[in-house]
Design a protein around this ligand. Structure first.
Ligand code: ZN
Length: 427
């Protein structure tokens, strides 16, 4: 029997070696892998296609890259780690004096053993990333540099799956899929999204869920460009990133600041003693800044553990398979499911007998505690709160917050009252 921890970590392991970028075969291979578990639609957008204020870039293909001594000894090789080559490096095959090579090298003097991750998608150049300790050993007068790449018209790929619910209202779950061999920043969220989608596909749900696996920034921009009609149906959204490290879970609020998704995430984090991990919106970070741009203004927050940019392993070779922990991935999935449980069950109900208290004894509801049919249990006071506040405008979350009763108990009480004919759904 494969545990959920093993499944999640297995996805990270399987995808780790692939050299992904914002276009190209590594990205396609990643989407095909996701497609083994989900009924994924893979879209290809031709290079040069105008999307919002951008254009889809040409496709980048890499076959290899090396710095060698003139005697032929390899110093840095793409074959050892795909982080060694700056993404979107243009082709080079030359011998360079060391002084001319230097501006093309990237290392981290403060983390001298780590290889940084660098990209140059929109400025045409080439470069190598290497450990600072390796760089300090470069003392020869000249080196041979080869970058075997092509940058030519092709397409940008993204994957999408819709899991229809009872309503057309949608929840958007978005994970960027463009980073090469980095485990937490990228793969952890893809793994959690895969298992979340599988869970939802196997269980009935009220809302429709749309999962998007796309390269950061330009992928989200492509999707937004082509989905203006879908955007109107999005009620809540989550960007998933950095979900596999041992840091405590965190939530960055949507651009709206107090959208329902923000209240759900805040409720769950507070309930887990993580109130200090609620972060305000800011227009940086991941694709929440595209979804939260003023023209779209979508209620899309971001769930992470340690947010990108705040841990020393971020965008370095130390964001590897050891940095991501199976138990952290499983905990992130559990937390995401708690938020989805709130999305599914938060409703506004109307008390059908609002003049005076309805007679509960006649309906078997007096001291009905513990008789809830769902897993959640409730006490008599919770039942009274739900009856009193089901006025056609207060939601179950409003009632939970006001009463201090657990949301799951409020939901169970409402289900019991509905079964007794005392509540009717407000559309
Ligand atoms: Zn990143």
């Amino acid at each position: 029997m494969v545990t959920i921890e093993q499944k999640l970590y297995g996805h990270v392991e399987a995808l780790f070696p692939i050299c992904r970028s914002i276009t190209g075969d590594g990205l396609r291979k990643t989407l095909r892998y996701i497609g083994k578990f989900l009924n994924l639609d893979i879209h290809e957008v031709a290079s040069g296609t105008p999307v919002l204020d951008w254009a889809v870039p040409p496709e980048w293909t890499v076959r290899g890259a090396e710095i060698r001594t003139l005697a032929g000894e390899p110093i840095v090789s793409f074959a050892d780690s795909n982080l060694h080559l700056v993404q979107y490096s243009e082709p080079v095959d030359t011998v360079l004096p060391r002084a001319e090579l230097e501006p093309h090298l990237h290392s981290l003097p403060n983390q001298p053993d780590l290889v940084p991750y660098r990209t140059s998608y929109y400025n045409r150049t080439w470069g190598f990333c290497l450990a600072h300790t390796t760089r300090q050993r470069l003392v020869d007068a000249a080196y041979r540099v080869t970058v075997d790449t092509t940058i030519e018209p092709g397409s940008l790929s993204y994957g999408e799956v819709l899991l229809p619910g009872e309503t057309d209202d949608e929840v958007l779950i978005s994970a960027h899929s463009c980073h090469p061999s980095l485990a937490n920043d990228n793969l952890s969220a893809i793994a959690v999204a895969i298992e979340l989608a599988r869970h939802l596909a196997e269980h009935p749900h009220r809302i429709s869920y749309r999962f998007l696996f796309a390269p950061g920034t330009i992928g989200a921009i492509c999707w937004l460009h082509f989905n203006r009609d879908v955007v109107a149906r999005i009620r809540h959204g989550l960007v998933l990133t950095c979900l596999g490290d041992e840091g405590k879970p965190s939530y960055k609020r949507s651009c709206r600041g107090n959208a329902l998704i923000d209240r759900y995430a805040a409720y769950v984090l507070r309930d887990e003693g993580l109130a200090d991990r609620l972060l305000p919106f800011d227009p940086t970070g991941y694709d929440e800044r595209q979804y939260g741009s003023p023209g779209f203004n979508l209620p899309v927050g971001r769930l992470s553990r340690s947010p990108g940019g705040t841990f020393p392993e971020y965008h370095t070779s130390a964001d590897n398979l050891d940095f991501v922990k199976p138990h952290a991935l499983a905990d992130s999935l559990r937390l995401t499911l708690r938020i989805i449980h709130m999305i599914e069950h938060d409703r506004v109900w109307l008390n059908t007998s609002p003049y005076g208290e309805p007679q509960l004894g006649r309906r078997g509801l007096y001291n009905a505690a513990g008789q809830g049919r769902s897993a959640g249990d409730f006490d008599q006071l919770t039942l009274m709160w739900v009856l009193n506040r089901s006025n056609g405008s207060d939601s179950l979350l409003d009632i939970a917050e006001r009463s201090g009763k657990p949301f799951s108990s409020v939901v169970a009480a409402a289900q019991r009252l509905r079964d007794a004919g005392l509540l009717t759904a407000v559309p």
